[in-house]
Write a protein of this length. Structure first.
Length: 580
């Protein structure tokens, strides 16, 4: 069954248009309410429409006040299970019970705190159905009035006192019990597993992940604070706040995620890492899970690795024609060393995977050492680093050299030993691809020399260095031309007086950007640069030589894409410096 957002369901039902939904989303960003509440305030839909759509979204039955489903059984003493004041205050209506299962009409089925309190008060498992607040409150008044009339005023009064005394928590019973529930450190393992396995928690976690995938998010951040949860999605490199669930749900959400990732739910003092494989209708998405202990509880970050949403094709990454020509020529060299450099999150792994896709061939034996394996590629032998058992980059690389390789990819060069093995492998007839954390191409050379690689080994092995960043791509539906002010240009000369900037529309969720593009500098290791490396030349000398031979810097490549209308000047100025 396809998963739809609430707005999509309402559009599908013909209740609102896409334009009306966009209007509501814009208002929601200002008022920070739920989209259903905003649509009702705007008078676009009724309370009944929203309740029915939420029911369809969550796969729960919806009942209106005209339906027979919203008629409580009068013969099951339901008023003893759920007191009238509790039902009135929390907008719930008990409908029927079957063995240990109590069916209740609830306005908000994702309110896990309410459902948990219902379980405590009634002593039953809860089977929720959805109804509007007005229908539930009307039903509560009708039902409890009838029950009071049946029992008689005196008996009803006595019963009310008895129920009140049994329901109203004492300082010892409820306060201590609630303190244990709130403090996740006090919960037993069995209780944690039970809470994580409750249907609303399962559906909520599924919805959080599914929405993030639909929004093209790369990361999900779930952060606990004193009285709230922060839920944020990283989309096109920027973090966006998402309306969060109740803070009381944090322990259940974290436990559910840890169970899925096969992590230790009892261990809350140490960071943990794991993986989840999510199966969608037409594809499989891998999620990398990381937890850390904070002062308010465990923070969870889920990295979404969606191969279907990530183009593993060099032509689609954003390199210009000349850069692409240099990269492809290097990839078809029989041996040598290729480095991709840049900070974390600059798209280095995507460039490496795309490079491997260019040279995959049944006649080639391709081996990779990664920490962790982000995308599984058919025809490539991929090995994941496991440092805790001694399976390090250096250990794997030594084993690779006995596996008759043609191409070796190393996720990252972190130390001298790994760097030395990469260089020696390149010198002995293998094509080696790897990454470094440096700001630009020239500084990659000085970094390798600084960590201890001899220049007489580096000079003949190095072929090409690619330094890159990721810039947000302007939304093609709403980008608008403008003339930048002189103070914004800072002396920069552009080919045209008009460039494009972000505006925002429903296609890009009013951010002005959709997708990202690579901004890069590609430095070929020419004979002149080899001589400079062997002479231990400075960073500036290597940079100047590369530019004289036609290399454009990251900043210059970014400005080129601004002039083409691909990205904005503000975006380039935020990720690159003119003095690069």
């Amino acid at each position: 069954m396809a998963h739809y957002k609430l707005g999509e369901i309402l559009i599908k039902q013909g209740l609102i248009t896409e334009g009306q939904l966009s209007q509501a989303i814009e208002l929601q960003r200002e008022q920070h309410g739920r989209i259903g509440e905003v649509l009702i305030k705007l008078g676009l839909v009724s309370e009944e429409d929203i309740a029915a759509a939420v029911g369809e979204q969550l796969g729960l039955p919806y009942s209106s006040d005209k339906s027979n489903l919203l008629a409580p059984r009068a013969d099951q003493n339901l008023d003893k299970l759920i007191p009238q004041d509790f039902a009135q205050k929390n907008c719930v209506l008990p409908l029927s019970k079957n063995m240990n299962m109590l069916t209740c009409a609830i306005a908000d089925p994702l309110d896990l705190v309410l459902i948990d309190n219902l379980k405590k008060v009634s002593g039953h498992e809860i089977n929720p159905i959805i109804a509007t607040r007005s229908a539930i409150l009307k039903g509560v008044t009708t039902f409890y009035t009838k029950q009071t009339a049946i029992l008689g005023d005196n008996r009803g009064s006595m019963l009310g006192e008895a129920v009140q005394s049994s329901y109203t928590p004492t300082k010892e019973s409820f306060a201590e019990k609630h303190a244990q529930t709130s403090d996740s450190a006090e919960l037993s393992i069995d209780k944690l597993i039970a809470k994580a396995g409750e249907a609303p928690v399962i559906k909520l976690v599924d919805l959080i992940i599914r929405q993030a995938i639909d929004e093209r998010s790369s990361d999900i951040h779930i952060e606990p604070f004193k009285d709230k949860i922060n839920l944020r999605y990283r989309i096109d490199g920027a973090l966006y706040q998402i309306p969060p669930p109740s803070s009381h749900m944090m322990s259940a959400i974290v436990s559910r995620i840890k169970i899925l990732a096969k992590l230790d739910i009892a261990e809350k003092r140490l960071p943990q890492d794991g993986n989840i494989t999510a199966k969608l209708e037409d594809r499989t998405v891998d999620l990398r899970i990381s937890t850390i202990p904070t002062v308010w509880g465990e923070k969870v970050v889920m990295r979404i690795l969606d191969k279907a949403a990530t183009p593993l094709n060099l032509t689609q990454l954003g390199f210009d024609a000349k850069q692409l020509e240099h990269i492809r020529k290097a990839l078809h060299t029989p041996y040598g060393l290729i480095f991709v450099t840049g900070p974390t999150g600059s798209g280095k792994s995507t460039t490496l995977y795309s490079s491997l896709n260019e040279i995959i061939n049944p006649k080639k034996n391709i081996l990779t050492a990664e920490d962790p394996v982000e995308f599984k590629i058919e025809g490539v032998n991929q090995v994941a680093i496991k440092s805790d058992i001694g399976l390090t980059f250096a250990t794997i690389l030594r084993a690779f050299l006995r596996q008759d390789p043609d191409v070796i990819m190393v996720g990252e060069v972190r130390d001298l030993e790994t760097a030395q093995i990469c260089v020696r492998a390149a010198l002995t007839g293998h094509l080696v691809l790897s990454t470094l954390h440096t700001n630009d191409a020239s500084s990659a050379v000085t970094r390798l020399l600084d960590i201890g690689i001899d220049s007489f080994l580096l000079t003949p092995s190095l072929i090409i260095i690619i330094a890159q960043r990721l810039a947000r791509r302007l939304c093609t539906h709403c980008k608008e031309p403008y003339e930048p002010q002189p103070d914004q240009l800072g002396g920069l000369k552009l080919k045209s007086d008009l460039v494009y900037r972000a505006k925002g529309c429903e296609k890009c969720h009013f951010t002005g950007y959709r997708g990202r593009i690579t901004i890069a500098e590609v430095m070929l290791i020419s004979e002149k640069i080899r001589r400079l490396i062997s002479q231990h030349a400075t960073y500036n000398e290597i940079q100047d030589a590369a530019r004289q031979e036609g290399m454009i810097t990251i900043f210059e490549d970014g400005i080129k894409k601004v002039e083409e209308g691909t990205t904005s000047l503000d975006e380039i100025l935020s990720i690159a410096f003119q003095n690069e």
